[in-house]
Design a protein. Structure first.
Length: 62
């Protein structure tokens, strides 16, 4: 039973690490919605992305 719990813990930690690596966001990304203009602006680097949905990629990395 303890071995099964260790394997489960390892699998959960590996999954969380993998999900974090797949995200394009960084700590520097601070997206603020400008509803009147219909866009999102990054408070950290000033990047602008049009649309209603929040960006999921850091525009500074492009």
């Amino acid at each position: 039973m303890p071995l099964l719990l260790l394997i489960l813990l390892g699998a959960v930690l590996a999954y969380l690490w993998w999900e974090r690596r797949q995200s394009g966001l960084t700590r520097a990304c601070r997206w603020r919605q400008e509803r009147a203009a219909g866009q999102w602006r990054c408070a950290a680097c000033g990047a602008v992305k049009k649309g209603k949905l929040a960006p999921n990629q850091c525009q500074a990395r492009d």
